[in-house]
Design a protein around this ligand. Structure first.
Ligand SMILES: Cc1cc2nc3c(=O)[nH]c(=O)nc-3n(C[C@H](O)[C@H](O)[C@H](O)COP(=O)(O)O)c2cc1C
Length: 266
């Protein structure tokens, strides 16, 4: 091969690489907003599923708008942030848990001995989604997240207006193994949470995910959920972070305020 044709081959190869890289990066930029929008819609779908409101793909935004009212609460006090104090970051529609947990102003480190969810830091404020029927709240849907085996799982848990009964659980983001930890997405397993009691007689967090199956004759079975077989680590993770978020360092103060105020916040 002459030196001239080697040069031509390299120029053509470089040209093809350049054209391809421009095409791939333009596609990535052009599709980015679509991907972001799909992620947003998927999150709304999960909120609706947790609240047992999801019917079909076409009506996600309408059902969300008609049925859900998003509020922002301060975790420490459990108080609802008045709307006039909402801002670009403290905004239900765009609230980004991961960014807020790491934010210098809005994030807070979790002491290691409290961190049963394995998340190291959390936002000081969190969005809560109220399922409304006319003016009455029927359920509260709380964002939850924490470590499994391979990943941090992000999802929602719905609590009935009786402030005791679990009405649903969903996960919209995780990296657990399909068929093992990924069974957190199994509709049958998720449905098994509906009707379980999150809190005991003295309002202590009492829900427990077992290693194995719940014995239906157990008088405490209403506080117990089946573990996922072959996925003890993911199961333990979900058990821990559900307890964390429903407890005193999570939504506990907000739920306690609701109990005091007869299920009505100001
Ligand atoms: C490739 C691979 C992927 C796994 N993925 C998970 C997982 O997502 N969640 C999990 O808890 N365990 C997973 N495991 C199993 C854990 O290593 C561990 O054996 C299991 O959690 C024990 O559960 P068991 O006591 O119910 O058998 C995986 C194992 C292998 C080999």
């Amino acid at each position: 091969m002459s030196g001239d044709s080697t040069k031509k081959t390299i120029i053509v190869a470089l040209g093809v690489c350049l054209v391809c890289s421009v095409l791939v990066s333009s596609a990535a930029v052009a599709l980015n907003s679509i991907q972001e929008d799909n992620k947003r819609i998927d999150k709304l779908k999960n909120i609706l599923e947790a609240g047992d409101l999801y019917t079909d793909k076409g009506s996600i935004e309408k059902t969300y708008k008609d049925k859900i009212e998003g509020i922002i609460i301060e975790l420490k006090t459990g108080e609802v942030l008045p709307e006039e104090k909402h801002s670009e970051k403290l905004n239900v529609a765009t609230f980004n848990i991961e960014e807020m947990a790491d934010d210098a102003e809005y994030g807070v480190d979790i002491p290691a001995d409290e961190d049963i969810a394995g998340i190291k830091s959390k936002p000081k404020y969190m969005p809560v989604y109220e399922v409304k029927n006319k003016d009455e709240v029927e359920k509260y849907i709380f964002p939850i997240y924490g470590k499994g085996l391979w990943s941090t799982l992000y999802g929602f848990i719905a609590i009935d207006k009786d402030l005791k009964t679990i009405r649903g659980i969903t996960f919209y983001q995780h990296g657990e193994t399909p068929g093992l930890g990924g069974e957190v997405d199994n509709p049958k397993w998720k449905a098994s949470w509906n009707g379980k009691k999150a809190f005991g007689e003295n309002n202590e967090v009492k829900i427990n995910i077992l290693k194995g199956k719940v014995d239906p004759s157990d008088s405490n079975s209403e506080f117990k959920v089946d573990g996922l077989s072959g996925a003890t680590i993911t199961t333990r993770g979900v058990d821990n972070f559900v307890k964390y978020w429903l407890g005193e360092h999570g939504y506990g103060p907000f739920i306690e305020n609701l109990r005091q105020e007869g299920n009505q916040h100001e």
